[in-house]
Design a protein around this ligand. Structure first.
Ligand code: EPU
Length: 419
């Protein structure tokens, strides 16, 4: 089991190019199943979740290769429509292969997906939306068996009870080759949904309205292959900016997606650090101690403050001047990192969906265990600005979402080692 050893207290300074988005790559890799050809995806991040998606594609018969951040996926032949429980359990995103397999083959057998422990993560909305599209779904011995009786799903009007990212993606993946029109009301508006639709449109799909609450899709008989570049990872961006802000640093982030990061940037700016944006660059300078954020930081679906940036901003605010209050509205158990931050000297009280963070003068190094992907990244941030040495174990969680995080930290002058 690998771990990070971090000696904190160094000022971070330098330039980083943002990796491609994990949460775009995974649905787009699944979408390549619909193309019956060879798709080339550039800027695909080198991450364990991306390898897990490649394994799923290979297991159903695709030929998927990956090198230098380019994935080449040949989906001409599909010879299997079931995905093993072992592969499904590797990550939560495996569930979007359900919509993609239905769109390609009209049937699939999957199981309940795995992923970070962020509280109950049901798939009821995915199932009821696909049923509305004429898919017969039954459970048997832990497997979810799905079939379009006519071999092809039927367009339908779907009203999502909550703008779920995964459910929106699953419906889109199933609808692009379904018969007729699908309308998704209360669709998720996350930038990664727009990236998925951008890819599908390059493959010939007819989609309108992505990025808004109503998405309209007209099914096509077949899509074709394409070459596509994945959008930058706004959450990795939020992580490195929080890191530089916490470590009184200076960062130039290149390959950044500025409009998509605005909900995060507008909050980070309130800590008193200077942020300038131009073209695809973000410049951040944080000379002195950060100020606490006055207004409650409420995580909300996009364009609200992203839940994925809650932990990393909390780590930065743990040593800010004053008290900040978070309200987590997306996941039930997304404060699992707080115990580790407290062990490092932070003063955080959690009551239900609210976390009150009283900024301390200093944090100190400690031995902690990464609880989930973003929580683990928060611990790296806290360790980098703490006094002394920290050891973070279970860093496999962090590797799911950050491409070579220790290399990035070292490039900025941080003292981190994997052992
Ligand atoms: N939900 C249901 N029923 C459903 C689907 C969702 O109750 O059928 C609930 C979930 O339990 C959760 C909320 O709705 O409480 C939001 O879930 P959503 O479906 O929107 O999230 P997701 O698709 O599982 C994606 C990202 C997450 C990100 C969320 C919210 C990927 C691979 N994952 O998850 O990313 O936090 O959207 O933006 O795209 C991460 O990258 O660390 C991560 C967890």
């Amino acid at each position: 089991m690998q771990r990070f050893i971090i000696n904190g207290g160094r000022r971070l300074r330098g330039e980083l190019a943002l990796q491609g988005s994990k949460n775009s790559s995974l649905p787009i890799m699944a979408a390549s199943l619909l193309c019956c050809g060879e798709c080339t995806l550039h800027s695909c991040p080198n991450l364990t979740d991306v390898y897990a998606a490649s394994r799923i594609l290979n297991c159903v018969g695709c030929k998927c290769t990956f090198s230098d951040n380019t994935a080449v996926i040949n989906s001409v032949v599909i010879d299997k429509t079931s995905i093993s429980e072992e592969l499904m359990r590797e990550m939560r995103s495996s569930i979007i292969f359900m919509g993609a397999m239905l769109g390609r083959a009209g049937e699939c057998t999957v199981s309940v997906p795995g992923g970070c422990e962020l509280g109950p993560r049901p798939i009821d909305m995915h199932i009821s939306a696909l049923r509305k599209m004429g898919i017969e779904i039954r459970e048997s011995g832990g497997s979810i068996i799905c079939k379009a009786p006519a071999g092809r799903a039927k367009g339908a009007k779907i009203n999502l009870a909550f703008p779920s990212v995964g459910a929106t993606e699953n419906v889109i993946l199933c609808a692009v080759t379904a018969e007729g029109e699908t309308v998704i009301n209360n669709a998720a508006r996350e930038p990664e949904i727009c990236d998925l639709c951008g890819f599908l449109r390059s493959c010939g799909a007819d989609i309108a309205g992505e990025g808004e609450s109503r998405v309209i899709i007209h099914g096509k008989h077949q899509l074709h292959s394409c070459e596509y570049t994945i959008m930058p990872d706004r959450i990795a961006g939020a992580t490195y900016l929080s890191m530089a802000a916490a470590a009184k640093g200076e960062l130039i982030l290149t390959n950044a997606c500025i409009p998509e990061m605005e909900p995060f940037l507008s909050v980070l700016e309130q800590t008193g650090c200077s942020i300038y944006t131009s073209d695809k660059k973000i410049y951040l300078r944080s000379g002195s101690r950060l100020s606490a954020i006055k207004d409650r930081i409420r995580t909300m679906p996009h364009p609200g403050f992203p839940t994925d940036a809650q932990a990393v901003l909390m780590a930065a605010l743990a040593a800010a001047d004053g008290t900040s209050v978070f309200e987590e509205n997306i996941f039930d158990c997304r404060y699992r990192h707080t115990d580790a931050l407290v062990k490092m000297g932070a003063d955080i009280q959690v009551l239900g969906k609210v976390a009150v963070v009283k900024g301390r003068e200093k944090l100190h190094g400690a031995k902690v265990e990464a609880t989930d992907l973003r929580g683990g990244a928060a611990m790296v941030i806290a360790a980098l600005c703490a006094e002394g040495t920290s050891e973070i174990t279970k860093i496999c969680h962090i590797d799911r979402g950050y491409e070579n995080i220790e290399e990035a930290v070292r490039l900025l002058g941080g003292d981190i080692r994997r052992s």
